[in-house]
Design a protein around this ligand. Structure first.
Ligand code: C2E
Ligand code: CA
Ligand code: CA
Length: 700
């Protein structure tokens, strides 16, 4: 609404005002519309304050028709001839004339003001004088604004209403009526407070809402509509008052939040729930563990974490395929769901590993222990059963690890808790599976060692503490073909730590990236040195999946080639099948890149990982290393003999080199030589891993 300056009464003393006395002029000056009183000859007799603002400082009121700039259009500035209009329209007592919308340009103002002129006649009480004409200039700005608002209300996509000063809902928009299921007539008889009480469920006490609205003039928050189509909504309430804080209107808007809620739900579902089984995922379990740990120690009672893993699931997956594996996982998840209560959280960690969180069992340790163990045994026994899948039935069992805890609040400790339960679960597995194992002190010591190691890794000085050893790989005639580089860690206080122990920890803590780069660097230098006298000798280097998946891995390798001047044709990179589980497409590209640089690629520990042989087809690899667990029991164990033979056949078809690892006895070597004359052997029978200098003395 356009506000005119209310200056003191501005009375044109020079004008004869006829029957207007001081009071009339006062009223005229305070009228919102512009008022110009004209004689029948169109001489201005009175100009009120508002009209004066349109005219600017006109000393000569006779000049008004020149002064008043009126346009027929806002854009084109086509002038409107007011004088002519007045002359052509002579109102009578019963008629008056109105112009269409016109535009006035007030003095010193940029914006044009939309107005309508209205001409009416005023009877003068004196018989002898002519009638006078009253020209009203009506500012249409607020009208237009109101129309725009109305238009907005109709099209905004939110429910909106305006009340009168008593709070009755006088102007609901169609969407508001749709949301509430009430028509305009009903709403007009309803105050907004009645409506709020009737249809809106607040998450905060109603009193607080009203307090905020009446004191701050505004309240907004999420609510639930309890209407025919119940929905979540964002409700905005505002109170409009005049300068003296008299209530004029309440305005409300209602935005449907269903879509947003659905999207939230979906995101949550993706972020916190496992897609296959619909159970909580690892992240959600972590969060809940953190919540428990964050509780005040005084209120804390014992909680239990149970981890379980299906025995021999890998074999099921490998031999019967992933689809069958997935089917089994789904059934196990369903079964688990029937065994737990509301208070428990059941999650799928990864693969065939599930977790059960039993929070706040009891303040009493032995009571808590009894309860968590009874749940663990219940689960283990119930899952030891035959599962009916679509095309077959399968018997399987689970290994269960239990950890009971009442930890002091510690951020980020949930990883540790899971690790402890995991250690217990692995103990259960190691004891033959299908049993429950409770985390105990011995494991606790192991866990402590692990932490120590993690800290030591963080502070390790690579050149002082680490060394690269080499182990020979020989052909069936015993000739040296290649050497595998193997890390050795001699810690100043912890002593010698074998890579089998520290590499998994360094992978978890990601120190393997630094250590692996160091090892690669040393191995490249060694390969370069040896290649001078033995140009065909190859050096094999183990690459951790963590290292491989680093996005800068290829660049680092290229940098090292330049720096060491090594010929990649002398290097074999040993990757495990695990590398391909994650990011298969990207992993494949990386392998292709490495091959194009000249490296050979070997699949380490072949046969123990996710041996879906189909991926082999896609990979440009050169070598398979048969895991030592298959070599150990040949030639007596027929299963292992069969596995070794099938790997040899496969490799032969694909023209891949095969390295048999962990050859310890002449009997094993003899058997292997009989199977293939191209295979290579590596193991204590030929040499232990030794420092480079020893290796040179022995072999070069
Ligand atoms: P791996 O790659 O399978 O290495 C072969 C392991 O078998 C080595 O253990 C080796 O010492 C051992 N070995 C060799 N011959 C025989 C044998 O006849 N009998 C028996 N029982 N064992 C034998 P090591 O050196 O303790 O390494 C263990 C694992 O640590 C390696 O397994 C590899 O996965 C990892 N590793 C070692 N060095 C590195 C490295 O530089 N980088 C990465 N990422 N991993 C490494
Ligand atoms: Ca290896
Ligand atoms: Ca291996």
């Amino acid at each position: 609404m356009r506000k005119h300056n209310v200056t003191p009464i501005h009375f044109k003393k020079s004008l004869s005002v006829g029957f207007f006395d001081q009071i009339h002029q006062h009223i005229a000056d305070h009228a919102r519309d512009g008022l110009i009183l004209l004689s029948s000859q169109l001489t201005p007799l009175l100009i009120n304050q508002t009209a004066q603002t349109y005219l600017g400082q006109a000393d000569l009121p006779n000049d008004i028709f020149k002064r008043l700039k009126v346009y027929t259009q806002k854009r084109n500035h086509i002038q409107f001839d007011l004088k002519q209009w007045l002359q052509t329209h002579t109102p009578t007592k019963n008629t008056n004339f109105k112009t269409n919308m016109l535009w006035i340009k007030a003095d010193n103002q940029k914006a044009l003001i939309p107005v309508i002129f209205q001409l009416s006649i005023i009877d003068t009480p004196c018989k002898h004088s002519d009638n006078q004409l009253l020209l009203l200039i009506q500012d249409q700005s607020s009208q237009i604004e109101a129309e725009a608002k109305l238009c907005l209300m109709e099209t905004s996509g939110t429910g909106q209403f305006i009340t009168d000063s008593l709070g009755f809902i006088t102007e609901p928009n169609p969407i508001f009526m749709d949301y509430t299921g009430l028509d305009a007539q009903t709403l007009r008889k309803t105050t907004y407070i009645d409506w709020l009480k009737e249809q809106v469920i607040f998450k905060v006490p109603f009193g607080l809402v009203m307090e905020a609205l009446l004191e701050e003039g505004h309240w907004s928050g999420e609510v639930e509509l309890s209407t025919h189509n119940a929905m979540p909504a964002l409700l905005n309430l505002s109170m409009l008052t005049d300068e003296n804080r008299n209530i004029e209107h309440f305005v409300g808007t209602l935005q449907d939040l269903s879509d947003i809620h659905q999207a939230h739900h979906k995101i949550e579902q993706l972020a916190y729930y496992d897609r296959l089984t619909g159970l909580a995922n690892r992240t959600l379990l972590h969060n809940q563990l953190e919540d428990i740990l964050a509780k005040h120690p005084l209120h804390q009672s014992y909680s239990g974490l149970i981890l379980l893993d299906i025995d021999s699931f890998k074999i099921i997956n490998d031999t019967l395929g992933y689809a069958v594996g997935d089917e089994l996982l789904t059934l196990v998840a369903q079964k688990l769901n029937t065994l737990i209560d509301k208070q428990h959280l059941l999650a799928r960690m990864e693969g065939d590993e599930f977790a059960l969180l039993f929070p706040d069992i009891s303040q009493d340790a032995s009571e808590a222990l009894t309860q968590v163990l009874s749940l663990a045994y219940k689960v283990q026994e119930a899952l030891d059963t035959r599962y009916t899948l679509e095309h077959r039935s399968l018997h399987c069992t689970v290994s269960v690890g239990v950890y009971l805890f009442k930890e002091p609040p510690q951020e980020g400790y949930s990883d540790e808790l899971i690790r402890y339960a995991n250690m217990a679960m692995h103990e259960a597995k190691g004891l033959g599976g299908n049993q429950v194992y409770l985390f105990e002190d011995r494991l606790c010591n192991l866990a402590k060692q692990r932490l120590e190691m993690l800290q030591a890794l963080n502070h390790s000085e690579l050149d002082n503490e680490f060394q690269l050893y080499f182990q020979a790989q020989v052909d069936t005639q015993g000739r040296l073909i290649s050497a595998e580089a193997l890390l050795r860690w001699f810690h100043p206080t912890l002593g010698f730590i074998s890579p089998g122990t520290f590499i998994p920890v360094a992978e978890e803590g990601r120190q393997i990236i630094k250590i692996g780069l160091w090892a690669m660097h040393k191995a490249f230098i060694q390969a370069k040195v040896w290649s001078r006298n033995s140009p065909k000798l190859r050096v094999s280097i183990n690459i951790s999946p963590i290292q491989f998946h680093e996005h800068s891995f290829i660049e680092l390798v290229i940098g090292l080639i330049k720096f060491t001047q090594v010929d990649p044709n002398n290097i074999t990179l040993e990757l495990t099948e695990g590398v391909l589980i994650r990011n298969t497409q990207l992993a494949l590209q990386k392998i292709q890149h490495l091959v194009s640089l000249g490296f050979h690629i070997s699949i380490d520990d072949f046969g123990t990982g996710y041996s879906s042989l189909s991926y082999l087809q896609k990979l440009p690899i050169h070598e398979l290393k048969i895991d030592q667990s298959f070599i150990q029991h040949i030639p007596n164990n027929q299963d292992d003999v069969a596995i070794v033979n099938s790997i040899l056949t496969l490799a032969h078809n694909k023209q891949l080199t095969v390295v048999a690892e962990g050859v310890e006895t002449e009997e094993q070597a003899q058997f292997l030589r009989q199977q293939s004359d191209t295979l290579l052997m590596q193991g204590f029978l030929f040499s232990k891993p030794v420092p480079a200098t020893t290796f040179e003395q022995q072999f070069l």
